[in-house]
Design a protein around this ligand. Structure first.
Ligand code: HH2
Length: 251
């Protein structure tokens, strides 16, 4: 899954793809690099981000989804029901739901749904996140939501631990270390580590543009542990790394 942030303020690429033409061109580039899905988002969920109004988010994403949908699978990264509905009407076939609440939209439209775990809201989620057992709590939450969605008629349900969403670096590492416990639930697992802050911390304070090594290392780790979708900014490099591991080393 390639990331396409149509936002002025995303943490690693804010503003680069805000103009619709630039966003569409970048989305086509992500497909050409080997993305199976392009994930269009119009609201940054970085720690501390201010919410975006519904009308503005719609204005950012709908034309981009419409232009990209004939070229490949498009997902909509949102927490707003109206945005998910409009994006699906414009051709998106996967709702990437950072609030894990919007499965009725996917059921109604007969499209796929990604349930991501987040503790709190982006504005406050990194203020002292605490769990007794992060892996067990995230797993229980995701299984409950996934079962609700399946019972409600959604056929394609993904679960995603929400790396960095109300989690310390230690929480993120535990979730990655024990990813097999999410895989064992039987729901397909998606993971997004790309360029995230904990990777900067593990690489001597590297800024987002210098986190490719950690992004690829954790994407490959996640895939080897059974995740079947990774959400990444650097599609070409990740595809190459995955090909080498899956088609050559593990062949
Ligand atoms: N991470 C981000 C956004 N959406 N969706 C899923 N399913 N999983 C993730 O880990 C995930 C996500 C945050 O990354 P990004 O879009 O690059 O940044 P921003 O929220 O600042 O736009």
């Amino acid at each position: 899954m390639g990331v396409l942030n149509v936002t002025p303020d995303s943490f690693s690429d804010g503003g680069r793809w805000l103009a619709p033409d630039a966003a569409v061109a970048h989305g086509l580039e992500l497909f050409a690099e080997g993305a199976a899905v392009v994930d269009v988002g119009g609201e940054s969920t970085r720690p501390g981000a201010e919410p975006v109004g519904e009308a503005e988010e719609l204005r950012r994403v709908v034309p981009v989804v419409e232009a990209l949908a004939p070229h490949g699978r498009v997902s909509i990264d949102t927490g707003k029901r109206a945005v998910a509905e409009a994006a699906v009407a414009a051709g998106a076939t996967l709702v990437n739901d950072v609030t894990a609440r919007l499965w009725p939209v996917a059921a109604e439209a007969r499209v796929g749904w990604v349930a991501m775990h987040m503790r709190g809201t982006p504005r406050t989620m990194q203020v002292d996140p605490a769990y007794d057992d992060v892996v067990a709590e995230v797993r229980a939450f995701l299984v409950e939501r996934a079962e609700q969605a399946r019972a409600g008629g959604v056929e394609e349900v993904w679960i995603d631990p929400g790396i960095g969403f109300g989690k310390t670096a230690a929480h993120n590492l535990s979730l990655l270390r024990h990813l097999d416990e999410l895989v064992a639930t039987g729901h397909p697992v998606a993971v997004g580590t790309s360029r995230k802050a904990f990777l900067g911390g593990l690489a001597g304070g590297a800024p987002p543009r210098d986190r490719l090594e950690g992004s690829i290392a954790t994407a490959v780790w996640a895939a080897l542990r059974g995740a079947t979708m990774v959400r990444v900014h650097d599609v070409a490099a990740t595809v190459q790394a995955m090909r080498i591991v899956h088609e050559e080393v593990a062949a």
